[in-house]
Design a protein around this ligand. Sequence first.
Ligand code: ADP
Length: 543
Amino acid sequence: MPMLQGQMMDAPLLISSLLRHAEQYHGDTEIVSRTVEGSIHRYGYADAARRARQLANALKRLGVQPGDRVATLAWNGYRHFELYYAVSGIGAVMHTVNPRLFAEQIAWIINDAEDTVLCFDLTFAPLVESIAAKCPSVKHWVALTDRAHMPAQPIPNLIAYEEWIAAETDRYDWPEFDERSACTLCYTSGTTGNPKGVLYSHRSMLLHTFSASLPDVFGASARDCILPVVPMFHVNAWAIPYIAPMVGAKLVFPGPSLDGASLYELFETEGVTFSAGVPTVWQGLLQYLQTHKLRLTTLRKCVIGGSACPPALMQTFERDYGVKIHHAWGMTELSPLGTFNTLKKKHLALSKEEQFAIEVKQGRPPFGVQLKIVDADGRELPRDGKAFGDLLVKGYWVIDRYYRATESPLRDGWFPTGDVGTLDPDGYLQITDRSKDVIKSGGEWISSIDLENVACAHPAVAQAAVIGVRHPKWDERPLLIIVKKPGQEVSREELLALYPGKVAKWWIPDDVVFVSELPMTATGKISKLRLREIFKDHKLPTA
Ligand code: ADP
């Protein structure tokens, strides 16, 4: 139909514009990094932008073309940040590889992406040595260090990052191109089958960054100091490397040290106000704070997502440390933001308990994301906070197609997330489970997350996981797996006594086992898949 065209400037939404903005208006705002060597590096957005332009020239000289994939195996740090901008800025594709995967999986991913350059932190030199011969597409390997610290491993065509970019001028005009071009590539961890590539566009990433910065989402500002604990190889560190330059926030990169002591030191010395990561990281920090009787003097809010945040963890941070925890849900296919939990005005009149009952949910979608839940036949279910079904999503930063895939993953234009949950009339999502983690007992579903949350509220419990174990009569019954806090005791009977009155009687776990630690996935979540393997022959007392 013939339309009347608007008459406003038409400029593509490009990643490079974020760093240009930060350089011009927040040039002296700091980016602080703990390096792999352990020292602290600090500079401002203007320095980062200058070095990103040198890096852009260096990439061009190496022959990197628009659309080429440049991979990283790196922690959160300033050189990784420079790569985020230089690679996408020249029109190439930034491919963040998760170094916690097995070497064979890493090589598989690099080959699938056909990366031509791979930049790595010194930590990963042995890994790079072991995979180099298996990655024929990679023509250049770049060690993210200076000449004096080059790794001893024999790695072909090895470049020293500092020397490489020092040879270039910092004059470079970021090119303008179609905003639908790819900027970044990130693989799902592929708990079943091979990992799948998700290819973000400049447009989707910029819209995601705008929305994630809104007050009811990350709500970051030029008065914030943000420390992303979530790695830059885990869905773009939840967009923090883009949000911070957009709003002019100080950035603190923790490098490889994500233990309680190292994080606490950075939080306090740098005045961190805001942080984000998966629940296991905060459980570790909490134990450190409790053991050493420490206080957090500047941190005021944290985003917890990636897996369900136990309500007890949220409560302890808020009550004992004055840190507000915001629960969020997302996934690689969503860039990752799907929902974020903040209250509405009408909720302010509610009691603390009523507010908390909302805040433990995974939150509501920001502008740009639409959610619905459907039954097994694809019929939409009511948004009453009770009916639960398969969660479908669509929006400006939701996947349309996996990298190299010929078939669309969509159902009638909606992306099936593989999660099961409820939606309430106000739009708040509550995840019941991943569909493969749901416990199917006698034809009905039991939520493993609900059962874990009850156990986590016990003061002697450090971590809890619930899985379904085969049962001759009921198909599956829940098994509660517990890691106790150091020096604390709790019995099987005490734990099982927590459940009556909190969940339906038939949901109560059939058995409890105590372990010294839980297996983790490459993104720092409890690996239910591995737990199901370990306990596949567990004999339930009820069997
Ligand atoms: P990986 O499986 O590699 O960690 P993702 O980060 O993409 O990859 O994981 C996304 C999945 O994590 C979601 O589909 C969901 O099952 C789970 N998840 C993310 N956030 C939450 C949350 N707040 N509560 C429960 N589950 C979550």
